[in-house]
Design a protein around this ligand. Structure first.
Ligand code: 5AD
Ligand code: SF4
Length: 480
């Protein structure tokens, strides 16, 4: 095999695990485009395929912004592009396998067009095992860079263009917070707003703290400026993003937290504010009260529980018991009885017994969530859980997932029924994909609704009467 070591700056999970006490800087001039790259994309196109969570979606928008600053325009189809980037997700094995499928497909495109530049970035780039597999099996990839190297795209692209060797730059340790990167947003009325990067929770099954580094909050003034700018540009809805938004501000010297931030964002007067994801561990009563107090903070909370059994929660490193979670859940419902709450659940954690799984089912019965994202546990190399012996056969895990999903379905329908015949506010996204004569959008409670409406109202918030209720969506008619 070729020796890549000379120019290879690859990832290292052990390094990524470390958390230094050093305060990060908030840099306003760290992003730059080398002068010979400013117009390099004139007449050329880029295609970014993003996998995974909203943080990745938002990274994809930064990458798009950078490409466009270099003169590139977006390609309609992957087959037409001069540069292809796979912005990857590492959360579960099946996410990774999907990416490797695409890698094979792009390999064929490259055979037809040898000038095509093919890059891979995102969370998978931060994993040693992935880089090893790529070096061994997919040497046709031109460029690999990690989640901490996004602002370096122009320089790395330059190297990839003029270098016949694969360019790899993955910093295992997070850098500073870079404030001046461009952005091309995918949507004209809903925007993602990062409030922090990384995660310090180290749940034992999760790869994210390794791939995204330590928690780094943006300064409140930068976030507020961004939200004000979005409001001026006509955006109706923003979603504040962080792996764990409740710990916002804890790493800063300034004396503010997520409750303060939420309130300041609400005061900008932007029509709709959402946030994700919340970890139950540091969700305070003050936050609940702020959410309740401001009409422009949507009555919707995503509150991952992962398991309803205290022993499993302990093995997962979740830092709360079943009882503590339920206490928080009921506190939210006590303050906001109408609030929609959704969750994430993992079944088949190593050695999970039927009784322990039953605790998850009974917790679900008690909480009657609006919706849940349910997963079979997937071992991630380098995490503590991946080293645990596991005596649960895969078929049993699948069976648990199916049983859980039955309850998820039943409760989803039940929770949707509370809106039947009501008039709800809907932010109109556009025509429904299945039926062009219908509009589609989301209610304040984050319910998908298909309704008879008007194309002119795309991007506006309109009143809609709910006329029919289904498991995964509502149906209705615009009433003004
Ligand atoms: N296996 C299965 N599900 C996982 N999640 C995170 N890591 C894993 C894993 N190794 C789920 C959690 C998390 C969601 C984003 O993905 O439920 O909340
Ligand atoms: Fe992963 Fe836990 Fe951090 Fe969420 S809080 S990103 S599940 S380690």
């Amino acid at each position: 095999m070729k020796d890549y070591s000379e120019y290879f700056k690859g990832p290292n999970l052990k390094e990524a695990q470390k958390r230094s006490r050093k305060q990060v800087d908030h840099l306003k001039d760290a992003f730059e485009i080398p002068s010979d790259m400013v117009n390099v994309g004139k007449g050329k196109t880029y295609y970014i395929h993003t996998y995974g969570c909203q943080a990745n979606e938002r990274d994809g928008e930064t990458l798009a912004g950078i490409f466009e600053m270099m003169g590139y325009t977006p390609a309609k189809e992957i087959e037409d592009a001069d540069v292809i980037l796979l912005n990857t997700c590492a959360i579960r094995e099946n996410a990774e396998e999907k990416v490797f499928g695409k890698v094979g497909y792009v390999k064929n495109l490259k055979k037809k067009n040898p000038n095509l530049i093919f890059g891979l970035c995102g969370c998978m780039a931060q994993e040693e095992v992935v880089i090893k597999r790529i070096l061994e099996k997919h040497p046709h990839i031109d460029l690999i860079f990690g989640t901490h190297n996004i602002h370096r795209l122009p320089t790395l692209l330059k190297e990839a263009m003029f270098n016949k060797e694969m360019v790899v730059e993955v910093w295992s340790k997070e850098g500073d917070v870079i404030e001046n990167t461009p952005v091309t947003r995918a949507n004209g009325h809903k925007a993602w707003v990062n409030i922090m990067y990384g995660c310090n929770k180290f749940c034992t099954y999760c790869i994210v703290p390794y791939t995204r580094g330590k928690e780094r909050s943006r300064l409140m003034s930068d976030i507020i400026d961004e939200v004000k700018g979005l409001k001026e540009d006509g955006y109706q809805e923003i979603t504040l993003l962080g792996q764990n938004v409740n710990s916002y501000g804890k790493d800063l010297e300034e004396d503010y937290d997520f409750a303060t931030l939420l309130e300041e964002v609400a005061k900008t007067g932007i029509a709709r504010i959402r946030f994700t994801t919340s970890h139950p561990w540091d969700f305070s009563r003050e936050m609940i009260e702020i959410i309740n107090q401001y009409d422009n903070i949507m009555p919707y909370i995503h509150l991952p529980v992962q398991s309803g059994n205290t022993e499993i929660l302990k093995l997962m490193g979740r830092r709360y018991t079943r009882e503590q979670y339920l206490e928080l859940f009921h506190m939210i419902k006590e303050v906001m009885p109408d609030c929609s709450i959704t969750t994430d659940i993992i079944v088949g954690f190593p050695n999970e017994t039927e009784e322990q799984f039953q605790d998850t089912l009974s917790l679900y019965e008690e909480c009657e969530y609006d919706l849940a994202y349910t997963f079979i546990y997937s071992p991630r190399e380098g995490t503590p859980a991946a080293k645990m012996q596991d005596n649960v056969p895969f078929e049993q895990k699948q069976d648990r997932l199916e049983r859980l999903n039955e309850v998820v379905k039943e409760k989803a329908l039940k929770q949707n029924q509370r809106f039947l015949n009501q008039i709800v506010d809907v932010l109109v996204d556009g025509p429904s994909k299945r039926d062009e004569t219908m509009m589609t959008g989301y209610t304040a409670h984050q319910k998908l609704i298909n309704f008879k409406g008007r194309k002119e109202d795309i991007g506006k918030i309109v009143p809609v009467k709910v006329t029919e209720v289904k498991t995964w969506a509502l149906k209705g008619e615009q009433v003004d």
